[in-house]
Design a protein around this ligand. Structure first.
Ligand code: NG1
Ligand code: ZN
Length: 537
């Protein structure tokens, strides 16, 4: 009861704003930063319970709102293996966040602990970090106030201002009792990643300088940190690195800007760094878990190299390495996409005999499906993704006794790739290094990478509807089951255009439904997107 009193006393400093209903969605809690202190406090309580549920393994708390505007903020919980919070606990997070008073919060917390048979006096461990948003320090204080209420039996590790994928890495490394995954610190991450990158580049460096748009976010810090570990092997040209200037985070820059607007950020265009034909550039989002590449074809025409292009590049390269390692009968490489992946990319991957799975939107679904392959490459078109190596695949690699120097190299490169690529979550920095490794091995520039397949013209339309919750989907969100009759009308519209494909789903992060359409030509896709938008409205 002393504990409950301490929680109630601390919670008084973080009253829940009236008239707001919080919900833990695909991206955790996300809204204006100034509305969030009470939410973060409640997340602190839940993190402790979650850790106790796993006998004291470390749970992560990341304070970030990714690519959202600067005034927003958010919070996500990270499970012991470095993965997103298990879905069944999202409802508990929502319950705690919506308690109207300290008394209600304590009662809900107590009830939850009883329901889950968790001993609230058991040890727990919480690792946390924040991005560079101005509201983050206040929110971290709210989190610490919640954790402090528990006293000594909760150990905490504040890793400070860092990227979302580094926090995931630290959580995974902290809980890895074999110690093989890596040292559980930011420096441990940087060193491990740099060592794998050096192995993979070998004598192929130094690489061509690479402009990186850091969205004026925390990625600028980790990029600068990382650069120190690799010397001039890959000279970065960092852009949008202003971390202390107000209002610039994600503003007219970053991966989301590039993907949505399908154009260069003005700052990147003005830098002139992309004017030589074949010079590639990259953009991170605000917390550096998303990556988009691009270049100017012939020094002029903007060309996007998005998550689909990265997935194709990675999957074919890894597939070739598995062949050279003579392990095709033991290691299956597969790709996981969502319905937003361009149809041309899916067709192209299948034409190379690599299996493709389609899942619902949201990283946790992709991550889960990728675990079904020995090496699972998953990417959302918007640039969030990674490559997962199963324990079995790693073991197979480690015990292979190569019979030729080429086989030996292939095996070593596959092992180094598993160390380069963040095994917990999508990571803009490690994905960028993956791209650079493949380009270096292939001897390719952006244009050769881009040459594999041509995207079908596509449109993504946000439609505001009175109630998005009446929209229900099936078949990895590619078909509507309700409202009744809508899907049949969409099917009809699709049949009217060449190579047409379209689907409608409610957004998990915004109050709207999204219409996606693609077709053989730009005018056909305009027609299709407009027709489906009309049907939905
Ligand atoms: P919603 O709002 O559910 O469409 C968006 C992105 C997802 C994913 C999540 C999480 C699109 C079409 N949707 O989801 O891919 O990144 O945000 O941040 O890009
Ligand atoms: Zn992000």
């Amino acid at each position: 009861t002393q504990l409950f009193d301490r929680i109630a006393a601390a919670a008084k400093n973080y009253p829940k704003p009236a008239d707001v209903k919080f919900g833990y969605g695909t991206a955790g809690f996300r809204t204006l930063g100034k509305r969030l202190p009470s939410v973060i406090f409640s997340v602190g309580l839940l993190a402790v319970l979650r850790s106790q549920r796993f006998n004291g393994k470390a749970i992560g708390v990341m304070v970030t709102a990714s690519h959202n505007p600067e005034a927003d903020n958010g919070v996500k919980l990270v499970d012991p293996a470095g993965e997103m919070l298990e879905q069944s606990w999202e409802a508990y997070a929502t319950t705690l966040a919506n308690c109207a008073s300290p008394e209600e919060l304590v009662a809900a917390y107590k009830q939850l602990a009883e329901q889950l048979h968790i001993n609230i006096g058991a040890p727990a461990s919480v690792v946390y970090a924040a991005d560079t948003r101005p509201s983050s320090p206040e929110l971290i204080k709210a989190l610490e106030a919640a954790l402090a209420a528990f006293g000594d039996h909760v150990s905490t590790n504040n890793i400070g201002v860092t990227t979302t994928p580094i926090l995931h890495y630290v959580v995974k490394a902290t809980n890895d009792t074999t110690g093989e995954y890596g040292v559980p610190t930011i420096e441990g991450y940087q060193k491990k990643t740099a060592a794998a990158f050096k192995t993979l580049i070998g004598n192929r460096g130094p690489l061509k300088p690479l402009p990186v748009d850091c969205a004026n976010g925390v990625g600028a810090l980790s990029l600068a940190d990382f650069a120190k570990h690799i010397g001039d092997l890959l000279p970065f040209k960092p852009l949008n690195t202003q971390l202390n200037k107000e209002g610039v985070l994600n503003y007219q820059c970053g991966a989301d800007y590039v993907k949505t607007k399908q154009q260069l950020p003005p700052s990147v265009a003005e830098s002139g760094l992309l004017n030589q034909p074949d010079n590639r550039g990259a953009s991170f989002d605000g917390d550096a878990d998303r990556l988009i590449y691009y270049y100017l074809k012939g020094g002029k025409t903007f060309r996007l190299l998005d998550g689909d292009k990265i997935a194709v590049l990675a999957a074919l390269f890894i597939g070739d390495l598995v062949t050279r390692a003579k392990l095709t009968d033991k290691i299956q490489v597969g790709v996981v996409q969502t319905a937003y992946a361009n149809g041309s990319s899916t067709k192209f991957i299948k034409s190379r005999n690599i299996p493709v799975t389609c899942t619902a939107t949201g990283v946790k679904h992709l991550h889960h499906a990728a675990l079904n392959y020995d090496i699972g490459v998953y990417f959302e078109a918007n640039g969030h993704g990674t490559v997962l190596f199963s324990d079995d695949a790693l073991e197979t690699l480690k015990k292979t006794e190569p019979e030729s120097p080429d086989q030996d190299r292939a095996v070593k490169h596959l092992i180094a790739l598993s160390e380069l690529i963040n095994q917990a979550v999508g990571d803009a920095l490690s994905d960028l290094l993956l791209v650079e490794v493949v380009l270096a091995h292939r001897g390719w520039g952006a244009e050769e990478w881009d040459a594999g397949y041509e995207d079908l013209p596509n449109r993504l339309v946000k439609v505001e509807v009175p109630d998005r919750h009446i929209f229900h989907t099936t078949d990895a969100e590619r078909k509507l089951t309700s409202p009744a009759g809508l899907q049949a009308r969409i099917d009809e519209a699709v049949l009217k255009v060449e190579q047409g494909r379209s689907f409608v789903r409610p957004s998990g992060t915004e109050d709207c439904v999204r219409v996606y359409a693609e077709a053989a030509t730009s005018s056909a896709v305009d027609t299709l997107a407009a027709a489906v938008t009309d049907i939905v409205k």
